[in-house]
Write a protein that binds this ligand. Structure first.
Ligand SMILES: *[C@@H]1O[C@H](CO)[C@@H](O)[C@H](O)[C@H]1NC(C)=O
Ligand SMILES: *[C@@H]1O[C@H](CO)[C@@H](O)[C@H](O)[C@H]1NC(C)=O
Ligand SMILES: *[C@@H]1O[C@H](CO)[C@@H](O)[C@H](O)[C@H]1NC(C)=O
Ligand SMILES: *[C@@H]1O[C@H](CO)[C@@H](O)[C@H](O)[C@H]1NC(C)=O
Ligand SMILES: *[C@@H]1O[C@H](CO)[C@@H](O)[C@H](O)[C@H]1NC(C)=O
Ligand SMILES: *[C@@H]1O[C@H](CO)[C@@H](O)[C@H](O)[C@H]1NC(C)=O
Ligand SMILES: *[C@@H]1O[C@H](CO)[C@@H](O)[C@H](O)[C@H]1NC(C)=O
Ligand SMILES: *[C@@H]1O[C@H](CO)[C@@H](O)[C@H](O)[C@H]1NC(C)=O
Ligand SMILES: *[C@@H]1O[C@H](CO)[C@@H](O)[C@H](O)[C@H]1NC(C)=O
Ligand SMILES: *[C@@H]1O[C@H](CO)[C@@H](O)[C@H](O)[C@H]1NC(C)=O
Ligand SMILES: *[C@@H]1O[C@H](CO)[C@@H](O)[C@H](O)[C@H]1NC(C)=O
Ligand SMILES: *[C@@H]1O[C@H](CO)[C@@H](O)[C@H](O)[C@H]1NC(C)=O
Length: 697
C-alpha cells in the first residue's frame, strides 16, 4: 500500500493512509521540538541552530560535556562556534574558530582574558532558549548572545550592557575570534584582519575526532551594528593592535599556544553587534562568498534567517501526522524531537569538498549512522511499505547514498565512518553495504546500482592494507574457514586484531545484503554470498554456558571465539556489558566483541532469525532467552546493538511482547528532559528508535 504520509497514532496503533489523513491546519510540530533533550547525561546532542543536514551549526560551547558544543550541565560558556556534530561519543569534533564577546576592564585590551578557560563565563540560569533555528543565552557578565544559521553561515547577535554596568570604565565591546576548536586539535592556523572594514578571515588545520589525517577549515567574519574602534591579534594572554595578521603553528614540543584576533567597537547604537561567520572547506574567499550570498543584509537579516530555518524544519516534518490518542505532551515532545535529531547529520557539504571535483552530492559526518541502521531493519521487520526516511525525505536519503558511492569512486572504498573530510575508524563490518542495500530494496531512485554492486563486492573480496579505516580484514580466513578466527593470521592487511565474534556476525549480514543486491541485479554471485551469510553459525558453541552474578543463567549455546585450527577459545558471555563493568572499544579492553556482549551479538542475525530460533530450541525458549537478556541487567539500552532485540519477539510470534518491552524502556529511559536519553544520540539513532517504537503496528 503506497502512502505519502506517516500517521503515528500514539501510543499503540499505527496507520498509513494514502491521502485521507490530514493535519489540523493550525498544528505546528515545532511546538514539540525541544533541542535540549539529551543535552546532558551523555546524550551529546547538538542543541543549537541548524538547517536540516546543515553544514553551519551554531551554538555556545561549554567547558563541561562539550561533545555537541553545548551541554545543560551548568558548566561555563567558553565561546560560540559555527559547526558541530550531534550525538557522537568520544572526542568532541569541530567547534572551530569560536567567538567570545567581552568587555576589557578599564578599556585595556590586556585586561581581557583570551585563553579559552580563563575567559569562560557562566550562563545565567534559566536564560537558555533553544528551538529549531534559534539558540540564545545570557552570560553572567551581562552580555546576551543569540544565533541562527543559513547553509554555510552562522549569524550571531551580541547585546552588550551599557558601560555603567561595567563600572563605567569598559567602554568598548570586544569580540575575540580564537584560532582553536573544541578539542584543541589545531596544528597551524592563519588569521588576518582588514584594518578598515574589520573583516576577519583565515584558516586552520585540525584533526578529526575519530579518524585519520587532518582537515583544513576556513572562515570569514563580518561585523555590523557599531563602528570599529580598533582591532588586532592576541598570543597567549597578551594582545596588541599590531600586527593585523598572524600565523601560528605547533612548536617542536607541541605546546598549545592560544592565539587569534579581536575587534573592538564603539558603543553600538542599540547595544547590539551582529557577526556573520561564513564557513568553507575550500577557501576563505569561498567562506566570504557563502556568507555574502546567503545573508546579504548582514545586520537586519537575523529574524528572517531564523524564520527560514523554522520553515525548513516544518517542511521536513510535514509528512508526519500524529493522532495523539491522549498521550502526554512529554511523550509527544520526545517523539518529535527524536525525529528532528535524525535530520541533523549527516551534513550536506556539497560544493565544499576540496578532495575531488564532482557534480555528485557530498555528505559528511557519517558517524554511527551505520550502527543506527538496525533501526531500518526494525522497520523492515514490521513489513511496512516504506522506510521511515524514504517516506519523509527520499531525496536526501538518495543523495546520501550517491555521496557514499562518489566517495567510493574517488577514494577507492565505501566509507564506514567519515567525518571532517577524513576516514573514520571501522568498528565492525563494512556497514555502508547495509545502507546501500536498504536503499535498493526500498526502491530509492537516481542511484547507480551497478556501481553500488561493484563497491560492495570490493568490500567483500578485497582486503585493504588498513582495514582499520575501510573495508574488512581477515578476508582470507573468511573465504577459507568461513569465520573470523580468534588471533587470526592475517598478513594482507592491518587493523586491531580483535572483535572476531562481532566481525563474524557483521560480515555475515554484510554478505547477506550483497547477496540481496546481487539477486536484484541478476548477478551470478547471489548463491555464493547467501551461503557466506550463514557464517555466523560457525562460532555457535552449543554447550557454552553463562554465569551471571555467580550462578548459572540456565541457558546453553553462545557464540565463542574460535582459533585458526578450529579449537574453541573463550570469552565470558557477559563481558563487555553493563554487569561485567567492562567497556570494550577499539582502544579500551579490545575483546572479541565490540562494545557489547556475546549475549547480545547472538541476536544480531537480522537476516536469519528463523534459524536462530531453531538453534536456540524453538519459539518459547527464544522468548525466555530474550526476557532473561532484558531482565538480567545484561541488555544495555544506551547502545545501538540492543535495539533489534526489543522487537525480536515478533519472530517468535509474540508481537505483544515487543510492545511490552518497548513500554518497559520508554519513557523510563527516553523522556523529554535534558537527561532524557540513555546514551549518545549517535546522529539521531536514539531518536529514531524512540519514534519506531511509538509507531506500533
Ligand atoms: C587594567 O590594565 C591596567 C593597565 O595595564 C592596569 O593598571 C590595571 O590594574 C588593570 N586592571 C585590572 C582590573 O586588571
Ligand atoms: C567558570 O568561570 C568562572 C569565571 O567566570 C570561574 O570562576 C570558574 O572557575 C569557572 N568554572 C569552571 C568549571 O571552569
Ligand atoms: C545555576 O544552576 C546550576 C545547576 O543547577 C548551579 O550549580 C549553579 O550554582 C547555578 N548558578 C547560579 C548563579 O545560580
Ligand atoms: C539580556 O537579556 C535579559 C533577559 O532577557 C534582559 O533582561 C537584559 O536586558 C538583556 N541585556 C542586554 C544587554 O540586552
Ligand atoms: C565593578 O566594581 C566592583 C567593585 O570594585 C567589582 O567587584 C566588580 O567586579 C566590577 N564589575 C565589573 C563588571 O567589572
Ligand atoms: C599545517 O599542518 C598540517 C598538518 O600537520 C601540515 O600538513 C601542513 O603542512 C601545515 N601547514 C603549514 C602551512 O605549516
Ligand atoms: C591560510 O591562509 C594563509 C594566509 O592567508 C594563506 O597563506 C594559506 O595559503 C592558507 N592556507 C590554506 C590551506 O588555504
Ligand atoms: C539593533 O539593530 C540591529 C540592526 O539594525 C537590529 O537587527 C536589532 O534587532 C536591533 N536590536 C535591538 C535590541 O533593537
Ligand atoms: C520496489 O519496486 C518493486 C518493483 O516495482 C516492487 O515489487 C516492490 O514492492 C517495491 N518495494 C517497495 C518497498 O516499495
Ligand atoms: C559470474 O559471471 C562472471 C562474468 O559476468 C564470470 O566472470 C564469473 O566467473 C561468474 N561467476 C560464477 C560464480 O559463475
Ligand atoms: C589450536 O591452537 C590453540 C592456540 O594456539 C592451541 O591452544 C590449541 O591447543 C590448538 N589445538 C590443536 C588441536 O592443536
Ligand atoms: C546481577 O547483578 C546486577 C548488579 O547488581 C543486577 O542489576 C542484576 O539484576 C543481576 N542480575 C541477575 C540475573 O541476578
Amino acid at each position: 500500500m503506497p502512502c505519502n504520509s506517516l500517521v503515528f497514532a500514539l501510543p499503540l496503533i499505527s496507520l498509513c493512509r494514502a491521502q485521507s489523513a490530514q493535519r489540523a491546519p493550525d498544528f505546528d510540530p515545532l511546538q514539540y521540538v525541544d533541542p535540549l533533550i539529551g543535552s546532558t547525561n551523555g546524550g551529546n546532542v547538538f542543541a543549537g541552530a541548524s538547517l536540516p543536514y546543515g553544514m553551519a551549526k551554531a551554538v555556545a560551547d561549554v567547558s563541561g560535556q562539550n561533545t555537541g558544543g553545548f551541554s545543560s550541565d551548568g558548566s561555563n560558556i567558553t565561546g560560540f562556534s559555527h559547526m558541530h556534530d550531534s550525538g557522537t561519543g568520544g572526542n568532541p569534533s569541530l567547534g572551530n574558530f569560536p567567538l567570545l564577546p567581552q568587555y576589557c576592564l578599564e578599556d585595556d585590551i590586556n585586561n581581557c582574558s583570551y585563553a579559552k578557560y580563563a575567559r569562560a563565563a557562566f550562563a545565567v540560569n534559566d536564560s537558555i532558549v533553544a528551538r529549531p533555528g534559534y539558540f540564545a543565552l545570557s552570560l553572567e557578565n551581562g552580555i546576551n548572545a543569540s544565533m541562527t544559521t543559513t547553509e554555510h553561515t552562522a549569524l550571531y547577535r551580541f547585546s552588550f550592557p551599557p558601560a555603567a554596568a561595567n563600572n563605567g570604565s569598559a567602554l568598548h565591546p570586544q569580540i575575540v575570534l580564537d584560532l582553536t576548536d573544541i578539542a584543541d586539535t589545531r596544528q597551524n592556523a592563519s588569521i588576518s584582519i582588514a584594518p578598515h572594514t574589520g573583516r576577519v578571515q583565515g584558516n586552520g588545520t585540525f584533526l578529526p575526532s575519530f579518524g585519520a589525517g587532518s582537515y583544513v577549515s576556513h572562515f570569514c567574519a563580518d561585523f555590523a551594528g557599531a563602528s570599529m574602534y580598533d582591532s588586532g591579534v592576541f598570543v597567549n594572554s597578551r594582545a596588541g593592535t599590531e600586527p593585523k595578521e598572524l600565523y601560528v603553528t605547533r612548536g617542536f614540543n607541541l605546546f598549545y599556544i592560544q592565539a587569534g584576533g579581536f575587534v573592538r567597537f564603539d558603543r553600538p547604537e542599540n547595544g547590539t553587534i551582529s557577526v556573520r561567520v561564513g564557513m568553507s572547506f575550500v577557501s576563505a574567499e569561498q567562506a566570504c562568498q557563502n556568507a555574502e550570498k546567503e545573508l546579504p543584509e548582514l545586520a537586519s537579516d537575523f529574524d528572517g534567517a531564523a524564520q527560514r530555518v523554522e520553515s525548513a524544519w516544518r517542511k521536513q516534518l510535514s509528512p508526519i501526522i500524529v493522532e495523539p490518542g491522549g498521550v502526554s505532551d512529554d511523550l509527544q515532545r520526545s517523539f518529535w524531537s527524536g525525529i528532528y535529531r535524525t535530520m541533523m547529520s549527516p551534513q550536506d557539504y556539497t560544493g565544499e569538498n576540496p578532495l575531488w571535483l564532482s557534480k555528485e552530492p557530498y555528505y559528511d559526518s557519517f558517524y554511527w549512522y551505520m550502527r543506527s541502521v538496525p533501526g531500518a531493519i526494525i522497520w523492515d521487520s514490521f513489513r511496512a511499505q516504506h522506510p521511515f526516511l524514504t517516506i519523509i525525505d527520499p531525496q536526501s536519503q538518495s543523495r546520501m547514498v550517491r555521496s557514499l558511492l562518489d566517495t567510493y569512486k574517488h577514494e577507492g572504498w565505501l566509507p564506514d565512518c567519515r567525518m571532517s573530510l577524513c576516514k573514520g575508524w571501522t568498528q565492525g563490518g563494512s556497514n555502508a553495504d547495509v545502507v546501500l542495500t536498504d536503499a535498493y530494496v526500498k526502491n530509492l531512485t537516481d542511484i547507480d546500482w551497478e556501481l553500488a554492486y561493484e563497491a560492495i563486492v570490493n568490500d567483500a573480496e578485497n582486503e585493504p592494507l588498513e582495514w582499520s579505516k575501510e573495508g574488512r580484514g581477515g578476508l582470507q580466513s573468511w573465504r577459507e574457514l568461513d569465520y573470523i578466527p580468534y588471533l587470526d593470521y592475517d598478513y594482507l592487511g592491518f587493523g586491531t586484531n580483535s572483535r572476531s565474534i562481532s566481525r563474524t556476525v557483521e560480515y555475515a549480514y554484510n554478505d547477506f545484503c550483497l547477496s540481496t543486491l546481487a539477486r536484484g541485479l541478476g548477478k551470478n554471485t547471489t548463491t555464493k554470498y547467501l551461503a557466506r551469510s550463514g557464517n555466523w553459525r560457525n562460532l555457535y558453541k552449543a554447550d557454552q554456558r553463562s554465569t551471571v552474578n555467580g550462578s548459572d543463567s540456565g541457558f546453553a549455546g553462545f557464540l565463542q571465539p574460535k582459533y585458526l585450527n578450529g579449537t574453541w577459545g573463550f570469552q565470558d558471555p557477559i563481558l563487555c556489558g553493563a554487569i561485567s563493568d567492562t567497556f570494550c572499544s577499539l582502544t579500551s579492553n579490545p575483546s572479541e566483541t565490540f562494545e557489547s556482549t556475546v549475549w547480545e551479538y547472538l541476536f544480531y542475525v537480522p537476516h536469519d532469525v528463523a534459524s536462530l530460533i531453531d538453534l536456540l530450541g524453538g519459539a518459547d525458549e527464544f522468548v525466555r532467552r530474550l526476557n532473561y537478556f532484558h531482565d538480567s541487567g545484561i541488555a544495555e539500552i544506551g547502545n545501538e546493538p540492543v535495539f533489534l532485540t526489543v522487537f525480536m519477539y515478533h519472530y517468535a510470534g509474540r508481537p505483544a511482547l515487543s510492545a511490552k518491552r518497548s513500554h518497559y524502556y520508554i519513557p523510563r529511559f527516553f523522556n523529554a528532559t535534558p537527561e532524557g536519553l540513555p546514551g549518545n544520540d549517535d546522529s539521531g539513532a536514539m531518536g529514531s528508535f524512540n519514534a519506531f517504537s511509538m509507531m506500533g503496528e
